[in-house]
Each structure stands twice: as structure tokens, then as C-alpha cells.
Design a protein around this ligand. Structure first.
Ligand code: ATP
Length: 230
């Protein structure tokens, strides 16, 4: 379980998170929804130890992650798939997969990764630049599974992808969940997370404004869509 308590964060003098509270139970998929600038990425950066000034607590395994360095947090088995996916364009798919160090025990071996991502296996010797957006997203997820992380932060994995690819990503996330991983899904697409996430948090202006589960989310999806509309 990851618990975020009264999290405040600043970029320089600019105060962007105002008392965020979230619970991410082990083995669940939790969505964090909000429009551009709501503070979703900043929340993920705080979990990874990448924000300068913070207040509050992010408790995980009995420690407050806000007191740790990014490398110590990575060794606790937490990894992020950033919004830009972070693929090295001039390296091949397999080089991209082998580049990050294994930081925690239980990293997925390459055979399992290729079984989970058959299209990545087919493209093993292609360069990052030759991959489609969907393949890049799959590779970015595969890469963090290899590191041994058990808590995965996926920042807008469906951004810019065609609906059929979005469905593939949803299937992959379900498979990963079944393997016992915990996933935080930052999204602006409410329909993608409906039925995929167990718990949904809505964020606006750097604070959580609502928490919805299952059927409750489905009933409120019109309101959620309005919140996310630019
Ligand atoms: P997006 O989908 O655009 O990434 P988001 O919900 O993830 O949206 P954040 O990126 O967390 O939002 O941004 C929260 C606030 O912090 C916004 O007002 C944004 O302008 C501001 N912000 C983000 N990055 C920086 C930065 N490096 N320096 C200063 N302010 C920033």
C-alpha cells in the first residue's frame, strides 16, 4: 500500500500541489484523472523523489519516500513510465530493454517480457525511431517490468494513440495486474480507465476533489468527462 498524505509541492516559488491524499492498495490499479496542469505529473514526480520542495508524507513499506533520494526509491521497486516514454531513439528495442539497471529482486526475465509483448519481440532489432507510438509505449512498460519494480506509475500511456492500440494497452495492463503488480494510471481519458482501474481519483488545481469506485465511476462518467474537457 502506498499512502499519500497532505502532499504539498512547489516548483521554485510556485505552489502546485495543495494537500493531496491518495491510497494505492497493493495489487490494484488506481487512476488519477485531471485536465492539463491539474498536478498529476507533479504527484508522480513527488513519488519518484524528483520534486525539490515538498511537505506531507508518501508512506510505502514503512518509510516516507519524501525523505529518500530517487535511486533509493527505485530500489524499493517503484518505477515510472514518463509521458514522453523515454525511449532511446538510436538504440534497438533490445538495447532499450537491457539499458536500465535491475534495481529490485524479481525483475521479469526477457522470455516472459517477450511472451507478454509479442510485438516487441518481433521488433527486437529495430531502432527506437522505427517504432510506432503504441510500440514505444509497450516498450516503455516492458522496460520498467525488467527492472524488478512492483509499483508502476504510467503517465498518460494512451496519449496520441489510435483506439485499437489503446485497447491493446488496456489488455496489457490487465495482464500485468493479474501478475500482482500495483499500477497508478495517470490519464485524461475517462473511458480508458473505466472498468480498468479499481479506484479513481479526480484532481483539479493541485488537489484531489473526488474518489470513485467501480459502478459509482460509471454513473458519474458524464461529470468526469466535463471535468476533463479543456
Ligand atoms: P499535464 O497533462 O499537462 O502533464 P498535469 O496534471 O500532469 O498535466 P503538472 O504537469 O503536474 O500537471 O503541472 C501542475 C502545475 O505545475 C501546472 O500549473 C504547471 O504549469 C506547473 N508546472 C509543471 N512543471 C513545471 C515546472 N517545471 N516549473 C514550473 N511549473 C511547472
Amino acid at each position: 500500500m502506498l499512502e499519500i498524505r497532505s502532499l504539498n509541492a512547489w516548483y521554485g516559488e510556485s505552489h502546485v500541489l495543495h494537500g493531496v491524499d491518495m491510497d494505492i492498495p497493493a495489487g490494484k490499479v488506481v487512476s488519477l484523472l485531471g485536465r492539463n496542469g491539474a498536478g498529476k505529473t507533479t504527484t508522480m514526480r513527488a513519488i519518484m523523489g524528483l520534486m525539490g520542495k515538498t511537505q506531507g508524507a508518501i508512506n510505502y513499506g514503512g518509510v516516507n519516500l519524501l525523505k529518500l533520494r530517487p535511486d533509493q526509491i527505485a530500489r524499493k521497486g517503484i518505477a515510472i513510465c514518463p509521458e514522453d516514454r523515454g525511449i532511446f531513439p538510436s538504440l534497438t528495442v533490445s538495447e532499450n530493454l537491457f539499458l536500465p539497471p535491475i534495481v529490485a529482486q524479481g525483475g521479469m526475465d526477457i522470455e516472459r517480457i517477450y511472451a507478454l509483448f509479442p510485438n516487441i519481440k518481433e521488433r527486437a532489432s529495430s531502432r527506437g525511431t522505427q517504432l510506432s507510438g503504441g510500440e514505444q509505449q509497450m516498450l516503455a512498460i516492458a522496460r520498467i517490468l525488467r527492472t524488478g519494480a512492483r509499483l508502476l506509475l504510467l503517465d498518460e500511456p494512451t496519449e496520441g494513440l489510435a483506439p485499437v492500440i489503446v485497447q491493446q494497452i488496456a489488455r496489457t495492463i490487465r495482464e500485468i495486474k493479474q501478475l500482482g503488480y500495483t499500477i497508478i494510471l495517470v490519464e485524461q481519458n475517462a473511458h480508458f480507465v473505466e472498468g480498468l482501474a479499481d479506484i479513481h481519483y479526480l484532481m483539479e488545481n493541485g488537489a484531489i476533489i473526488d474518489r470513485l469506485e467501480g459502478a459509482e465511476f460509471a454513473t458519474n462518467i458524464g461529470r468526469v468527462d466535463k471535468l476533463l474537457a479543456v
